[in-house]
Design a protein around this ligand. Sequence first.
Ligand SMILES: [Fe+2]
Length: 519
Amino acid sequence: MTSKRNIEEEEEEDIISQEEDNNSGSTQQKKKKKKVVKKTKPQPLTKHANSSHNQPVPKPTNLVPKKKAEVREININDIGANELSNQDHRVEADGVLAGLISPTTLDEFYDNHFGVKELVVKRNGNNPYKSFFTKDSLDKMLRNNFLKFTENVDVTNYIDGERITLNPDGRAYPSLVWKHYKEGCSVRLLNPQTFNSNVWKVCAALQTHFQCGMGANIYLTPAGAQGFAPHYDDVDVLILQLEGKKEWRLYKPRNEGETLPKASSENFAQDEIGEPYMSVTLEAGDFMYFPRGIIHQAVSPKDVHSLHITISTYLNNTWGDLVGKVLQRALDVANQECIDFRQGLPRDYTKCLGVINSDDVGNERRKELLDKVSVLWDKLGQYLSVDDGADQMALKYLLDSLPPFLNQAEKKHSIEDEPNAFSVNLNNRIRLIRSDSIRLVIEDIAVVYHNMDNTRVFHQVGDAPGTIEFSLDCAVAVEHIINSYPNYIYIKDLPVDTDDQKLDIASAFYEKGLIMIEK
Ligand SMILES: [Fe+2]
C-alpha cells in the first residue's frame, strides 16, 4: 500500500480532500454497508421496480444539443480545460483518443487496428506531448514523494541476452536512481498516475473511452541501452514517445494460443522469437498502438536517450471474462436456491469419475453419476443471465477505475468545494459529475456502485467499489439521474412520491461527490 504522504505535494490537497470526504461521510452514509456478495436471484435492471411509479419521467432540460457531437481531437495537455470538459466527459474522452491517433480516425482504428494489428503515427518532429511529462517531471516525482524501489520504481538492464533487475531495498532516492541511470540502467515508473496529475488525467479520460481500467508505466532509457528482454503482454498498449527516440522491433505471436493472450509471457531469448515483422524508430511526438500478444523489444539509439509512457488497457476485458461472470453468478444463485447443488457428493465419485476412469464406458454407476451432472448443467442454464454478468463486469471496471479527475469548475459545483458545501433543495438542478462513475444494480434493494471512493493506487480502496443503497421505490429516480446525463434536472422533478425522498436521493449523491449542483 502506498501512503498518502507519497503523493506529490502539489497534488496532495486533492487527495486529502478526497480521502477526507471518504472518511467523514454523513451519519446516513456511514450506515450504508458495502454489499458485493449477491444473495438473490438475478433481477433485471428495471424502470418498473415499483409499479406505483408509472407516471411519465419528466424530460431533462436540454443544455446540450441532442445531435451526436462530432469527435473533436483533444490534446492530452488540454484534458479538463477545453470546452467539452464541462459539457460531456464521454465526448471529451473520445476526443482524447482521437487526438492521440490522429490523422487516423476512431473508425479506422477500430476497423483495422484495435485487437488486430499495430498502428504507428509519425509526427515528424512535431511533439504534441511537450510538457506532458519530462525527465524533469520524473526527477520532481522522485524528490517530492516517497517512492520505493520495486513498488514504484524499477532499475533494469538487458545485457548479453539477459534481463537484470538491480532494485535496491527501500526508498528510490533521486541520487540512487540517477546513479543507476548514468551506469546504463533503464528506469521504470510503475504507477505514475498515482503521483502525477497529467498521467492521472489521460488515464481517467481513456478509461471512459474504453470503459475499462487503465494502467501506465513510464520508461527512461539512457542512450544505447535496452531495459527489457523480448516478451509479450496481456494488455493492449498505447505508447507515447515523450522525449528522444526508441527503436522498436515487433514480432507476430508464435501461435494461435499466444494471440490475444490472457497472461503475459516470460522473457524470451532472441532465438525463440524469429525475425521481426516490423521495425520502427519512434521519435518525440510519435504514437504507437499494438494489441496484447505482440512480442516486442526496444532499444534507444546510441546518440540519444528515450522517455516514453506506455498506457495499457483491456486486461481481462474479453467475451470469455463476461461469460465467466455469467457462469459464476449463475452458480452462486443455483447454490443458493436449489438444494440439488448443495447435496453432498457420493463417496464413490473418486472411483467412477476422473480422467483415469474416462474409458470405463460400461460402468453403470459411472453413467448414473454423469447423468446427475447433466441434470445439474440443465438446471444451471436456467440461472444464466447475460445482463447480470454484464453488471458484474461493469462493477469490476468501477473497482479498477481511477477516480475522476475534476477541473476547477467541477470542483466548484460539487462537494469538493468544501467551504461552500450546502444542503440541497428542491429547486436545485443537478447532474452526474461523470456518467461512468456509477452503476445501478437491483438486488433486494437498489444499489448504486461508484468509484468516487477509489484512490489513485490500484485497488487500494479494497475489493469492492463504494456503494449507496436505496429502497427499490427510489430506483426510477436514480435511473432518471443517470439517464439525464449530461443535462441538468430539477430535484423536484425526480420521479418519487415525496419531497423527502427526492432530497434524500439528491443528498446521498451530493455527499458522495457524484453530482454537480448548478449554482
Ligand atoms: Fe511490454
